[in-house]
Design a protein around this ligand. Structure first.
Ligand SMILES: NC(=O)c1ccc[n+]([C@@H]2O[C@H](COP(=O)([O-])OP(=O)(O)OC[C@H]3O[C@@H](n4cnc5c(N)ncnc54)[C@H](OP(=O)(O)O)[C@@H]3O)[C@@H](O)[C@H]2O)c1
Length: 214
C-alpha cells in the first residue's frame, strides 16, 4: 500500500485514475485541488482532500507529509512551468522522490510527418512552449520521475494503448483518457518501472494526419 498524492485531483484523467485506484488497489489517496467542494469523496477511509494551488510551494509542502508517490495531473497553460518548479521544490524538501507527471505529445518535436506539423499548428503559441519548459524542470531534477505524453485525448470507454520512449518518434494520433488512467495506475502499482523515462501513449493503429475526431 502506498500513500499517493494526486495534484489536480479534479482533472478528467485524474478522476478516472482515482476511480480505478479505489476499485483495484489499496492505496491511500490524498487529493489536492483548487475549489475542493467540487470533488465527491466515495471512500473517506482512503481519500483525504486538500484544497490548494499547485503554484504555491507552501500548500504543496503541507500536502507532502507521509507521501510515497506524487501523480501530477496538472494543466493551466502558462503557469505549468511554475507548477513544475513548485512541485520539485516541495518534493525535494519533503524527500519524496517518485513523480508521475502528465505532459503532452510534441514537447521534444518527436511527432513525425503531417500529424507532427498539424500538432505544432494547433499547440504552438502558448501551450507547447510552457509544457516543454515544465518537462525540462522535471528532467533536470533529481526526482525519480516518469513523464507521460498522451496523444490527443478522447473519452471512449476503452483501454487500448501502446508506449513509446524518450528518444522514439511518437506513434498514433489519439488515446482515451481511460487508457492514460490505466497507465498511471500501473505505474503507481509498480513504481520502479519507467523511472527517468518519458512515455508517449497512443492507441495502436491511429496513425494519420489528424485524430479521427478532427
Ligand atoms: N486534450 C488533449 O488532447 C491533451 C493531449 C495531451 C495532453 N493533454 C494534457 O494532459 C493533462 C491532463 O489532461 P486532463 O484531460 O485530465 O486535463 P484537465 O481535466 O484539464 O485537468 C487538469 C487539471 O489541472 C488543474 N490545475 C491547473 N492549474 C492548477 C493549479 N495552479 N493548481 C492546482 N490545479 C491546477 C485543473 O484544475 P481546475 O479544475 O481547478 O482548473 C484541472 O483539474 C493536461 O495538462 C492536458 O493539457 C491534453
Amino acid at each position: 500500500m502506498s500513500n499517493v498524492l494526486i495534484l489536480g485531483a479534479n482533472g478528467q484523467i485524474a478522476r478516472l485514475a482515482e476511480k480505478q485506484l479505489l476499485s483495484e488497489t489499496k492505496h491511500h489517496l490524498t487529493l489536492f485541488l483548487r475549489n475542493a467542494k467540487r470533488l465527491e469523496v466515495t471512500d473517506p477511509d482512503r481519500e483525504t482532500v486538500i484544497e490548494g494551488d499547485a503554484t504555491d510551494p507552501d500548500a504543496l509542502n503541507k500536502a507532502m507529509a507521509g507521501i510515497d508517490i506524487v501523480y501530477a495531473n496538472l494543466g493551466g497553460g502558462k503557469t505549468i512551468e511554475t507548477q513544475a518548479k513548485a512541485v520539485v521544490q516541495a518534493m525535494d524538501l519533503a524527500k519524496v522522490t517518485r513523480l508521475i507527471w502528465i505532459s503532452t505529445l510534441g514537447i521534444y518535436n518527436e511527432v513525425p510527418g503531417a500529424f507532427g506539423k498539424w500538432n505544432h499548428q494547433q499547440l504552438d503559441g502558448g501551450y507547447l512552449e510552457p509544457y516543454t519548459a515544465a518537462a525540462k524542470v522535471i528532467e533536470h531534477s533529481n526526482l525519480d520521475y516518469t513523464i507521460i505524453r498522451p496523444a490527443w485525448l478522447q473519452n471512449n470507454d476503452t483501454v487500448d494503448y501502446e508506449l513509446t520512449h524518450r528518444d522514439d518518434l511518437f506513434k498514433g494520433t489519439e488515446v482515451s483518457r481511460k487508457s492514460v488512467a490505466d497507465l498511471v495506475t500501473k505505474l503507481i502499482n509498480d513504481p520502479k518501472k519507467y523511472v527517468k523515462d518519458s512515455l508517449g501513449v497512443n492507441q495502436p493503429y491511429t496513425d494519420g494526419p489528424k485524430p479521427s475526431f478532427y
